[in-house]
Write a protein that binds this ligand. Structure first.
Ligand code: PLP
Length: 361
């Protein structure tokens, strides 16, 4: 926490705005709008997963549709496709940003269309805060006229060509889960250029109540709005967002400076024009065995590190669905490691981790 959060939470208590609406919700949305720029409209929600669910529903995804999803991601990118009764079609990553491969994306679109089904939407992810290939992906999605849900759950504070992540897709989403760069303990947001999309998102997120004095419903709704208490935490957190990005980027620079000379460790660099919030610092090792040697050596002294995300097309829950892969994400999963990356790591913590890795590699 940054320190300012309690003031806003107290305000909510003092004014009795203990509900899923109120001044903190409005002001948290305003501060996100200001931060991302580009006159976007923001709806604060109960989670990033809820935001993806609503985004897909707002794009008209329904039972029997196909939705393309980046395979190399956390399961929450794909689960909402299942909630809607649609079929996920997974697409592998490219090497430069570890995100959805433009070549494989086009192959997948063409192949699905050849099978008689045009994908209804595409979930593209800025994984670990690294922006996906925005220009290349946009070219393809415009060519085939398929909307993008931009999963920026891990990428608040990241940018591509000076434009903030969350503003590139037809609909963008953020997560404020406890492990994210800023948090409301649990929470999310939906971002759109169009005011009516935000209004519709809020309508669906508050049980789809029609405009009537009594309770009248013409749509199935959800209870997905953010609480005014948690939005108070969010307001305080927005005040320290830049500082948090600085701390995460400091971690990356420290690891790179002290471990970057090792031929066995490969860091994910920012291509030109890319600005990564470095939510997590990730490295690639030469083999699964070396990755495990480092991970287990850290674990032995109670330091947690983790393998990279296991691709969705390899997950038992999703492995029956179509996928277009060339082995990239499977290789990243086998050889990659997320190093300790908290915003509160001390110089001493970082030195300890680096020294341990140097002795093990
Ligand atoms: C890539 C990605 N997408 C979606 C989510 C879902 O966000 P939430 O946990 O707020 O539902 C997360 C994080 O949890 C994530 O890492």
């Amino acid at each position: 926490m940054g320190g300012g959060e309690q003031k806003y939470v107290q305000e909510a208590f003092d004014t009795n705005w203990v509900a899923p609406l109120g001044p903190n919700v409005d002001n948290f949305e305003k501060s996100i709008t200001q931060f991302v720029g580009g006159n976007m409209h923001v709806a604060a929600l109960s989670s990033g997963t809820a935001a993806i669910h609503l985004a897909l529903e707002l794009l008209g995804v329904t039972r029997g549709d196909e939705v393309i999803c980046q395979s190399f991601t956390f399961s929450a990118s794909a689960n909402p496709i299942m909630y809607l009764g649609a079929t996920p079609v997974f697409v592998d990553s490219e090497r430069d940003t570890w995100n959805i491969s433009p070549e494989l994306l086009e192959t997948a679109i063409k192949d699905r269309m050849a099978h008689g089904k045009k994908p209804k939407a595409i979930v593209a992810v800025h994984l670990y805060g690294m922006p996906y290939k925005v220009d290349e992906i946009r070219k393809i999605t415009e060519k085939y006229d398929i909307p993008v849900v931009e999963d920026s759950a891990e990428a608040l504070g990241s940018a591509f060509k000076d434009k903030k992540c969350g503003t590139f897709g037809e609909i963008g989403i953020f997560s404020f889960n406890g492990n994210k760069i800023i948090t409301t303990s649990g929470g999310g947001a939906l971002v759109s250029r169009k005011e009516e999309v935000k209004k519709r998102a809020v309508f669906l997120a508050t049980q789809a109540r029609d405009d009537a004095p009594h309770y009248q419903h013409s749509n199935v709704g959800y209870n997905y709005r953010m609480s005014n208490i948690l939005a108070g935490i969010g307001r305080g957190q927005m005040e320290v967002l830049q500082e948090r990005v600085g701390q995460r980027r400091f971690n990356y620079d420290f690891y790179k400076k002290h471990l970057g000379h090792l031929s066995q460790l490969e860091f994910l660099e920012e291509p030109e024009g890319y600005y990564c919030n470095r939510w997590l610092t990730c490295v690639l090792t030469p083999s699964f065995e070396i990755r495990e040697k480092i991970r287990l050596a850290l674990l032995e002294v109670d330091i947690e590190s983790r393998p990279l995300w296991k691709p969705m097309h390899m997950q038992p829950v999703f492995n029956e669905f179509p996928h277009y892969s060339d082995g990239t994400s499977e290789d990243l999963f086998n050889r990659g490691l997320c190093l300790p990356s908290g915003s509160n790591l001390s110089q001493n913590d970082l030195e300890r981790i680096v020294e341990l890795i140097l002795t093990k590699i």
